[in-house]
Ligand binder design. Structure first.
Ligand code: UTP
Length: 287
């Protein structure tokens, strides 16, 4: 049994829903309060025990690479508080964790982005995390998925209950038995109209895959939008092996959308120990 050590962060998307902010800035660098989305995702992965962080980057994404470098210079005249903060900035990624960067030359879809990591993933199972899905969970949703994977030894994807009227924003799953938090997938449909949604369970951006997903993605042809869709790869996989869906515990924010991003900032802002109370008071008084 191969241990889960590798996680892919596909961050090469265009972020067109968040223009103009994402014209020159990666959407994964947008802050929730004071921390960029990608750092939340990386911290969640480190908490879950991942050791190789594989970033699939593209044009205008250099800020992500820079963010995880330990290059912040110590100024000679900073006070102790600032010096401590700078040391913390240099320790986002512990020494036993590696950051690996691979370019996706063209944004040809999420499935295509994941395939770029194949030479680094080798024959190991791996996780995928989409940083624009911010998930507040205790433990983090990746740790929850790893636990399920270790028990089942099969691919597990994170799902949440969504209103059927929202089904066009999600991959929606089907199963023969919806009795528990962990269900065996019988089908997955990408962004169906509400009347064709097979259930209320929508896929969110956290996955653990057995290594075979890579070969199924290689067999996946260019689909909607001339992209290689992850959903199509999972559909192929389903014909050959079991895939599970797990309703995680936690709250997810779609930070690829402006509304979801603002909601996350408000909720995380209110929880902030320094100014949360003041923000809550301020919001209460808004007319
Ligand atoms: P999205 O569907 O959110 O696409 O991709 P996007 O391009 O980032 O955003 P919009 O829809 O234009 O606003 C889901 C995830 O897959 C990555 C994105 O970075 C995001 O994390 N992705 C998508 C890639 O890495 N490469 C691609 O070619 C497409």
């Amino acid at each position: 049994m191969k241990k889960l050590r590798k996680i892919i962060f596909p961050v090469a998307g265009l972020g067109s829903r968040f223009l103009p902010a994402t014209k020159a800035t990666p959407k994964e660098m947008l802050p929730i309060v004071d921390k960029p989305l990608i750092q939340y995702a990386v911290e969640e992965a480190i908490e879950a025990g991942f050791k190789d962080l594989i970033f699939i980057t593209g044009k205008s994404k250099r800020a992500i690479t820079d963010h995880f470098d330990s290059t912040l210079e110590r100024f000679s005249n900073v006070d102790d508080k600032k010096a401590k903060l700078m040391d913390e900035m240099n320790q986002i990624v512990p020494e036993d964790v590696s950051c690996i960067y691979i370019r996706q030359g063209e944004p040809l879809g999420l499935g295509h982005a994941i395939l770029q990591a194949k030479p680094v993933v080798g024959d190991e199972p791996f996780a995928v995390s989409l940083a624009d899905d911010l998930i507040d969970g205790q433990p983090g949703v990746l740790a929850q998925l790893v636990e399920q994977y270790n028990e089942q030894q099969k691919s597990v994807i994170a799902v949440q209950n969504v209103d059927k009227s929202e089904s066009k924003k999600y991959g929606m799953i089907d199963s023969n038995n919806f009795d528990s938090d962990l269900v065996k997938l019988s089908n997955i449909i990408e962004k169906p109209d509400p009347e064709f949604a097979p259930s209320n369970l929508g896929v969110v951006g956290r996955y653990v895959f057995s290594n075979t997903l890579m070969s199924f993605l290689e067999k996946t042809s260019f689909g909607a939008g001339n992209e290689i869709q992850l959903t199509d790869g999972i559909k192929l996989m389903l014909k050959q092996e079991e895939v599970y869906a797990y309703t995680f515990k936690g709250k997810r924010y779609d930070c690829g959308s402006k509304l979801g991003y603002l909601m996350a900032n408000i909720d995380y802002g209110i929880k902030n120990s320094e100014f949360g109370k003041d923000l809550k008071e301020y919001i209460k008084d808004i007319k």
